[in-house]
Design a protein around this ligand. Structure first.
Ligand code: KG4
Ligand code: ZN
Length: 469
């Protein structure tokens, strides 16, 4: 069963951030308005028929703005819940950037057993620990639900079965305590958490988001306004790290990436000649499926037996595995470097004032990745912003923080009903693009995986802004 791992450092870590003063809105006012039924129309993303995209997901509600303007100088305290993949996470964050608590329960035993995320098992594991994780986050923050201003929760992209667990819990807390709720885009949260740790980070900026399921290069023009410069046409880099770790017989308990990174330090990165993917495509898209195949073939050709754990391998065998790990990592990251260089070029043409490249998502905790990308940004006189590893991998802080950013813009939903039926239809967005594709950078190389299900977050927000007088 999943075990609870609280934040590595102290339960209450304090990262203070001096943001420009914002007009906080009084939750008491909000609750009163809710009681008076003065909400501004159909803004819940959760219960609406998900086919009607004319309604924006987020409310850009005029009343909300009025409430902001009328609000007292009240600091927001937001609970963030994340269950989109294999980590059950919750955190409590203040609008001044103070992290009051962070709790993550990882499904490491399931990862070892299945060599990846099995949705049904992952759902069960989330369901088993969600109440405990949220309670622990509140306890460590020394707050109760009564002290919260809102609840933020990941509604996509991710595995539906898993998203559902978090959204149900969030709606239960929000419904019971009459709290507004913010539905958060998981990848936007990976990018925006950088603004919590780096107070100089203003829009516009470029972000490279690298995780187990996503490889995204975006131009973040403003909050909720993103242009997708590139994405993966098949696998993400984290998936390639995880499979490489599995085939090399590495210890998967902390997921594959850290194990490959560690072993690669012993190897010769030039010993195996892997081909850099997509050299011929002059775009910003990624592909890791071919590199995975190259790694598998190299492992087979060296007769490496993954059933012998690395700890029991002979020194010669260990050396061969380390060489493959190092050579894989060099080429996997070179692919990132090449696409980032092009993305910087494209983005600077659109927004010459850009000063930062954000690198976030689980793979951004890798030191080799950070140091190589740092060289790229230095060449361009930009600054690299990488959140600390505990905020790069999936966590509740990034969800709470993104909730705060949108909430302050008046984008939230009213409290759900106190007693919502178990079978209420939830608006979950397993495939949900962050922004529109950069028209000039369109590639012919694409696969069915990129087919969209929901309109992008950016288009929904733009539509809501246009319909708001
Ligand atoms: O963002 P994340 O925690 O979850 C997803 O949204 O997918 O990313 C998880 C991915 C996994 O593939 C994991 O192997 C990878 O991030 N990862 C790393 C490292 N730490 C985590 N990859 C390479 N090096 C690392 N140090
Ligand atoms: Zn993630």
């Amino acid at each position: 069963m999943a075990s609870l791992i609280s934040n590595l450092s102290s339960a209450i870590s304090r990262l203070t951030l001096l943001r420009k003063p914002s007009l906080h809105f009084s939750v008491k006012t909000l609750r009163k308005l809710e009681a008076d039924r003065k909400w501004c129309g159909p803004i819940s993303p959760f219960l609406h028929a998900s086919t009607n995209y004319d309604f924006a997901h987020f409310s850009s509600c005029p009343q909300a703005k009025t409430m902001n303007a009328l609000g007292q100088d009240e600091e927001l305290v937001v609970l963030g819940i994340e269950t989109s993949c294999d980590d059950t996470a919750a955190a409590v964050v203040r609008s001044n950037g103070e992290i009051l608590s962070q709790v993550v329960s990882s499904q490491e035993d399931l990862l070892v057993r299945y060599g990846g995320v099995a949705p049904k098992m992952a759902e069960e594991a989330h369901s088993l620990v969600i109440d405990q994780v949220v309670q622990e986050a509140l306890d460590k923050a020394k707050v109760t639900e009564e002290d919260l201003s809102a609840v933020a929760v990941t509604i996509g992209p991710g595995l539906s079965l898993c998203l559902r667990v978090g959204v149900r819990k969030a709606r239960k807390v929000a419904g019971t305590y009459a709290l507004p709720i913010v539905g958060v885009h998981h990848m936007e949260a990976h990018a925006l958490v950088a603004r919590l740790v780096e107070r100089e980070l203003q829009f516009p900026f470029i972000a490279l988001l690298i995780s187990g399921g996503h490889n995204l290069l975006i131009l973040a023009r403003d909050l909720g306004h993103y242009i997708q410069l590139g994405t993966t046409i098949d696998d993400a880099i984290g998936e390639a790290y995880d499979k490489t770790a599995k085939w090399l017989g590495l210890d998967m308990r902390k997921s594959g990436g850290p194990a490959v990174e560690e072993l690669a330090r012993e190897g010769d990165e030039n010993s195996v000649k892997f081909k850099v993917p997509m050299k011929q495509h002059k775009d910003c898209n990624f592909s890791y499926a071919g590199l995975k195949t190259q790694v598998r073939l190299a492992i087979e050709s060296k007769n490496i037996d993954a059933s012998i754990p690395i700890a029991s391998a002979s020194s010669e065998d260990r050396r061969a595995r380390a060489d493959i790990a190092a050579s894989f990592q060099r080429v996997a990251v070179l692919h990132l470097e090449e696409k980032c260089e092009r993305a910087i070029e494209w983005a600077m043409k659109m927004e010459p004032s850009i000063k930062h490249l954000v690198v976030s998502g689980g793979v951004a905790s890798n030191q080799y990745v950070r140091s190589r990308l740092n060289k790229i940004v230095e060449k361009q006189a930009l600054q690299l912003v990488c959140p600390p590893p505990s905020l790069c991998t999936d966590n509740g802080v990034m969800i709470a923080w993104t909730g705060i950013e949108h909430f302050q813009m008046g984008r939230y939903d009213p409290p759900p009903p106190a007693c919502e039926p178990e079978d209420a239809m939830l608006d979950l967005r397993p495939r949900w693009p962050l922004g529109e594709e950069y028209a000039e950078g369109r590639s012919e190389a694409r696969s069915l995986k990129t087919a969209r299900v929901h309109p992008s977050l950016t288009s929904l927000i733009q539509a809501s802004t246009q319909t708001t007088p």
